[in-house]
Design a protein around this ligand. Structure first.
Ligand code: GLN
Length: 474
């Protein structure tokens, strides 16, 4: 799909064209309304912001993101704008503050176009768990765009923005990026403030950007990065400097996870795309090193214990008392809780809260939750040890390309396995990138994943540029 709006680089040279670009972006979003990417279009707000950016540039301010139109997942807060999390329980409750990441983007000159659809509270891999609308795959409307940040991936793929924010707990940006043929980066845990991101699994959650290329993604990451007094888990590691991104000036040592290439769930077209990538990287002079990390096979069970435990605690605040949906028939306190939560949350969120409550309950805490924390550490150590021996690790991003709508909704375990290759980076806290590589025999995008060392996103994106150069031309 061709971009409908001039690239950020062109807009930067001609900032006076920004208001026209905003109109083009809004028109594109409306033209593709049937794909269900957006929940709210911020038309007036975007127009005002564009005018302000033009004025700031004319006054001589140097704005690294001038020219960037950005869509934001609807679990990230923007003051006075509804924050739905794709759920009925929040009932279009307007946010009373703006997330640090969004504040920083706007300070750097970005214009926010709208809020995008997601799986309810970011729980899912297909955006089918949104209680508000269905988002469709931009190349085949009988398929899902991936999830949970499916709306943001589609908003970018149709060309209605230059970058989009999603959130990652277990793969929710890389997986839809791979499905929709765009780049998605999960930063190191702590790289970007979580202030204003509605919590799902707090030890895993990160705001994460999408863009069409690594080069366009990099300034967005730079603008959002850095310590924030409002998020105690944000890291004070030096923020990457926003200069032009170039490929590394040396050949790389690239780890190849053999276990994943031979994984039983890996689609044959993705296996051959991965082998092709390995061959092309080798011919380009890089050293490919086989890795065998069998402990990673525990990642999905560990993730679904840790993430649901944290979710059950985080989602306790949605109780029908303070804000959002309150069931009209509730007339005493326990009914306010029961009916509002029972009627406000969708089935997948209720399942996660129940699983999380179960693994944290007195009799099972040690058997499940504590054990999962120990295995998480072993998985993280294995990945960090492997990363100490190579520059980056290459894997497929997903076991399959975009699947059919409805195909996995009745089989939660099959849905959970969509994250089999993405979850380890979340458990270990390290950054990971999905780059589009080729198409499968149905014409659906295949993404490859590069996993990097903590706080080395810049190097990871520079490495991603190698894949972008080597990928087969279509
Ligand atoms: N698909 C995973 C889940 O359902 C990951 C979600 C995410 O990263 N937010 O939990």
């Amino acid at each position: 799909m061709h971009p409908r709006i001039p690239s950020p680089a062109i807009l930067r040279q001609t900032p006076s064209k920004l208001p026209e670009a905003v109109e083009a972006a809004l028109a594109c979003a409306r033209e593709h309304e049937d794909l269900g990417a957006y929940l709210t279009l911020l038309e007036e707000r975007a127009r005002e912001q564009a005018a302000q950016v033009v004025a700031r540039v004319n006054a001589g301010e140097r704005l690294p993101l001038a020219g960037y139109l950005v869509a934001v997942k609807d679990n990230i807060a923007i003051k006075d704008v509804p924050l739905t999390c794709g759920s009925k329980i929040l009932d279009h409750h307007p946010s009373v503050f703006t997330a640090t990441a969004v504040e920083r983007l706007e300070r750097a000159g970005a214009v926010i176009i709208g809020k995008t659809n997601l799986d309810e509270f970011a729980m899912g891999s297909s955006t089918e768990n949104s209680a508000l609308k269905q988002t469709l795959h931009p190349r085949d409307i009988s398929r899902v765009p991936g999830g949970s940040s499916g709306g943001s991936a589609v908003a970018l793929a149709i060309g209605s923005c230059h970058a989009a924010l999603g959130s990652e707990t277990g793969g929710s940006v890389r997986q839809p990026a791979a499905f929709c043929g765009v780049c998605g980066l999960k930063p190191t845990y702590g790289r970007i403030s979580r202030y204003g991101l509605v919590a799902f699994g707090s030890s895993l959650d990160q705001i994460a950007p999408f863009a069409s290329t690594c080069e366009e993604l990099y300034p967005v990451l730079c603008a959002m990065s850095g310590a924030d007094p409002r998020d105690a888990t944000s890291a004070s590691a030096p923020v990457p400097s926003s200069q032009k991104l170039t490929e590394p000036d040396r050949k790389l040592r690239i780890g190849v996870l053999r276990d994943y290439l031979e994984h039983e769930s890996l689609a044959p077209d993705i296996a051959s795309a991965s082998r092709d990538a390995i061959e092309r990287l080798r011919s380009d002079g890089h050293e490919l090193i086989d890795l065998h990390l069998p402990v990673l096979s525990y990642s999905i069970p560990v993730y679904y214990i840790v993430a649901t435990a944290e979710a059950s605690s985080n989602l306790a605040r949605f109780d029908g008392v303070r804000y959002g949906f309150r069931h009209p028939e509730a007339d005493e306190l326990s009914q306010v809780y029961d009916l509002s939560r029972g009627g406000g949350f969708g089935p997948e969120v209720r399942r996660r809260i129940m699983m999380g409550t179960y693994v944290l309950s007195a009799g099972y805490y040690d058997a499940y939750y504590n054990t999962a924390l120990k295995v998480r550490r072993v998985i993280a150590d294995a990945l960090l040890d492997a990363l100490s021996r190579v520059d980056v690790i290459l894997t497929p991003t997903t076991p399959s390309t975009a699947f059919k709508i409805g195909e996995k909704v009745d089989d939660p375990v099959a849905m959970y396995l969509s994250d089999v290759f993405t979850v380890p980076a979340n458990l270990a806290g390290v950054p990971a990138l999905s780059v589009p590589w080729s198409d499968d025999s149905n014409g659906l995008p295949i993404g490859l994943q590069l996993i990097g060392k903590s706080f080395e996103e810049e190097f990871l994106l520079r490495s991603g540029m190698i894949l972008e150069r080597l990928r087969p031309t279509t």
